[in-house]
Design a protein around this ligand. Sequence first.
Ligand code: EPU
Length: 419
Amino acid sequence: MEKIVIEGGQALKGNVRISGAKNAALPAIAACLLTGGEHRLYGIPSLRDIRTIRVIMSNMGVTFNDSNGALVVNSENLNDCEAPYELVRTMRASILLLGPLLARLGKARISLPGGCAIGARPVNLHLKAFEAMGVEMFLEQGYIHARADRLKGANIFLDIPTVTGTENVMMGAVKAEGTTEIRNAAKEPEIRDLADLLRSMGARIQGDGTDTIVIDGVRDLRPAAKHEVIPDRIESGTFMIAAAMTRGEIMIEGCRPDHLDAVIEKLRCVGAEITVNDKGMFVKGPERIRSVDIDTMPFPGFPTDLQAQFMTLMCIAKGSSVIRENIFENRFIHVSELKRMGANVRIHGNQALIRGRKNLLAAPVMATDLRASASLILAGLVALEGRTEVHRIYHLDRGYEALEEKFHTLGARIWREKA
Ligand code: EPU
């Protein structure tokens, strides 16, 4: 086991390059199951979740090769349709394999993901949609067994605009018989990225990025010749918040400011100066950080995946702020660790009341989920009086590529040690 050690107090300065988005890369890799041949994906980050999906798909007969910056995925010899519990329990996004397996093989056996630290996170809406598309399903020994000769297009209304649910249905629908309409679809940039990839494979999709997506099924698809996944907006937002917190000056290269409107807006209210140019975004932290309230919302609202990081910023702001978490029911697990660093936060249901203080104090803390890990590292970057040690950083490694190295390049005193 490893830990990250931080001696806080440095203003971060310099340039950082943003990696490809985890949450775009995972559905992109899953989509390679839809048809055999060589798919070439670019910008796939080196992360634990990516390794996990590779292992699951390798066990199904899919091959992966890294070649000149591309991940070459070949599912020509796909010979199995099972995603086992041992792997699914480490990565819930494995449910993304259901749609493509049904579309390609007409069957799938996927371990039902359990709850996770941030909430119950059911997949009932994925399953309901596939049932509407003619899939027969039953649950046995914790596995979803799903079967259909050929998926049938359907009108699907999602009660909640679920991100992976929308992606799963899109991947099922591209080869279905007839037209599928997904209403109240998720509008996240990762949805558009997946639609672009699927279109490059010959799929007929319209309306992605709006709340109604229409997909005309086709019989055959071709492999994706070249698809580059979008940059990670959550990683970008984490560096933006780091600049604001440390009163730093960071040039965030290769990011997509148009994916970050809500975050830019809030950070400007906090007092940060943000300039967008053709390289990316320059963020300069304010002398005095102002308190600002946030409500997490589906895109284009403020992302839940940056809530914990923004809370850390509010912990050292002048005044009080309220953060409402509207997406997941238990996404304040970082609070008790932040309190160990002196943060003043009170939780009432889905609201956190934060009273800013001048400084946070270094302490050993424990990461509890991916984004919570990032919030603790941010706290460590500004914490005074000693060293902050963030334990259980396997959570961090699921979704941030070389985060501590990037912070180190920006001047932070941060390193990884054996715990
Ligand atoms: N929900 C249901 N039923 C369903 C599906 C979702 O009740 O069938 C509920 C969830 O429990 C949650 C809400 O709907 O309360 C939204 O969940 P959603 O399905 O949109 O989340 P997800 O698709 O499981 C993706 C990201 C998450 C991100 C959320 C919200 C991937 C692989 N994961 O999850 O990313 O927080 O959308 O934007 O794309 C992360 O990267 O740290 C992460 C958790």
